[in-house]
Design a protein around this ligand. Structure first.
Ligand SMILES: Nc1ncnc2c1ncn2[C@@H]1O[C@H](COP(=O)(O)OP(=O)(O)OP(=O)(O)O)[C@@H](O)[C@H]1O
Ligand SMILES: [Mg+2]
Length: 501
């Protein structure tokens, strides 16, 4: 915030009286609501200037980005939220409103458009807020974001005008009141969001220019811990760990650690790793930032992404083994598949091509960049963040990436156990016991089936499907899995015998 004085004093009580008389006469004689609103708007706009004639006023400017434009200013966001309320209260006083969707699907959150001005009353004093923006400065392209994404966006401000005589009231009481109220409005309107990073060129999926490095949708995943099937003791341990983290602000400050925690979720496909992230977010009431590492161009871009996340959030990198090679070179999932094919070809003597820039899609994010992202100096900015990596191949990851302190808690998401099955049966079929449960329990001890496959078998496919038919179907599928496993075991044993001979 910056404060500057502007004054033009003219002790002309006569002029003010004249204005008051003209105003009263005009007002009493105006017919029609629209005309009254029109005059009200214009007079309120000029009232501030008139007031300044007899008493100089001061201004405070609040920029959207302060401190080098790396992060949106909290004060700006709070004022914006506060003015949403003031804007609505002002009724017809503001002509150009900006609308955003609200928590309630049918409602809109309104805020002031550019160059609009709204008056606000506080403890007998009147202040005025003006919203305005200035075009980007060509000479101000910061180097930390690929040639100046932020510099290319309009610079937005709120300017507060108040009379000199109200200086103490405004600085000591009104501004803290605005920030407090703004925060309350933000909490009330808060919709949890699922963010994804934009490609480095700054355009979102619809080809629209975006000032932020993230684009988002409202986070509406229905999965909670109550419907997540896993060993109950393990689930409780995770929930307790999350609660301890959420309530651990003082603890982290006391031991001098950044308030963040890393979770590594590993296990075969369909065991609920992505689903666990949704359950964690719903449990903690946090936003989710889902980083697509293959579209991050440089380590600097990765850092910028981190800085632009808010606190109370989960930052996820899915399939980390597919996004980052252990050497620090990058490739995506498709390239992985290609490599798998190449590996097959190698048996016939074909050489595997060395990874080059085309493999990485032009991305230069390195392993050390990711390590820094997790626990470098910048990672302490803001606090209250959870970082989650998911992988099917924990053994492929560089130990440096997942050592405790970086990934504090390693959670194995395993094949469906009987306890997990019982929860799925309750959720999908609303049954807590059944004569086929014993068969399922016995089979699950031997056959490896992911919760995703168990859930699929328990999903009724037609109106005639009931608990009996779904559970019978599951038993048949489990028997097939077991037969396949035993068949493979037998083949392997035969092969070993042949080798011995
Ligand atoms: N433990 C579970 N409890 C309840 N539902 C589950 C569980 N695991 C998987 N599912 C269901 O299976 C589907 C797939 O699960 P999910 O995407 O979380 O698996 P994943 O472990 O992330 O797999 P991948 O390794 O392929 O990414 C989800 O729609 C979810 O509803
Ligand atoms: Mg997944």
């Amino acid at each position: 915030m910056e404060a500057s004085g502007w004054s033009s004093s003219l002790s002309s009580g006569i002029l003010l009286s004249l204005v008051a008389v003209v105003w009263t006469v005009l007002w009493n004689n105006l017919q029609g609501l629209q005309l009254q609103q029109f005059v009200s708007r214009h007079l309120s706009r000029h009232a501030r200037r008139l007031a300044a004639i007899v008493d100089p006023y001061l201004t405070i400017t609040i920029a959207e980005y302060d401190g080098g434009r790396m992060k949106r200013s909290d004060a700006y966001k709070e004022v914006q939220a506060y003015l949403q309320r003031a804007t609505c209260a002002a009724g017809g006083g503001v002509r150009h409103l900006k609308a955003e969707t609200a928590k309630d699907v049918d409602a809109l959150v309104l805020s002031m458009g550019d160059n609009e001005e709204v008056a606000d009353a506080f403890q007998g004093a009147t202040v005025w807020w003006l919203a305005y923006s200035t075009p980007p400065r060509e000479d101000n392209a910061p180097s930390y974001w690929g040639g100046g994404r932020a510099a290319r966006a309009d610079r937005r401000f709120y300017r507060l005008f108040f009379l000199d005589r109200d200086r103490d009231l405004v600085l000591r009481e009104y501004l803290p009141h605005v920030r407090r109220e703004g925060r309350a409005v933000m909490v009330k309107n808060r919709q949890r969001k699922l963010f994804t990073n934009l490609s480095g060129d700054g355009y979102d999926a619809d080809g629209m220019w975006s000032e932020s490095v993230w684009s988002h949708v409202v986070f509406e995943h229905p999965k909670t811990f109550a419907t997540l099937a896993m060993d109950p003791a393990k689930k409780k341990e995770i929930m307790d760990d999350l609660d301890a983290f959420r309530n651990g602000k003082d603890y982290y400050a006391r031991v001098g650690k950044a308030w963040k925690r890393g979770y590594l979720l590993y296990g075969p496909p369909g065991t609920g790793k992505s689903t666990m992230v949704a359950a964690m977010a719903n449990h903690l009431d946090y936003d989710v930032y889902d980083i697509e590492l293959t579209s991050v161009r440089t380590n600097t871009d990765l850092r910028k992404l981190f800085i632009e996340t808010t606190s109370k959030s989960i930052i996820v990198i899915e399939d980390i083994d597919c996004s980052l090679e252990l050497t620090g070179k990058r490739k995506n999932k498709n390239n992985n598949k290609k490599k798998a094919n190449d590996d097959g070809d190698k048996k016939d003597g074909a050489a595997e091509p060395p990874p080059d820039e085309t493999d990485t899609g032009g991305s230069k994010v390195t392993l050390s960049g990711v390590l820094n992202f997790i626990d470098g100096l910048w990672s302490a900015c803001g606090g209250e963040r959870i970082i989650v990596f998911t992988t099917n191949h924990v053994e492929k990851l560089d130990p440096a990436l997942i050592r405790r302190g970086r990934m504090d808690k390693h959670i194995e998401m395993s094949y469906c156990c009987f306890e997990a099955f019982k929860l799925l049966a309750k959720v999908y079929l609303d049954v807590e016991s059944h004569h086929l449960f014993d068969a399922v329990e016995t089979l699950l001890r031997e056959a490896n089936m992911a919760p995703a496959d168990v859930a699929e078998n328990l999903t009724p496919k037609s109106a005639s499907d009931d608990a009996e038919s779904c559970l019978s179907g599951l038993v048949v599928e489990l028997e097939k899995v077991l037969a396949k496993k035993e068949g493979k075991g037998k083949d392997a044993a035969d092969q070993a015998d042949d080798d011995e001979e």
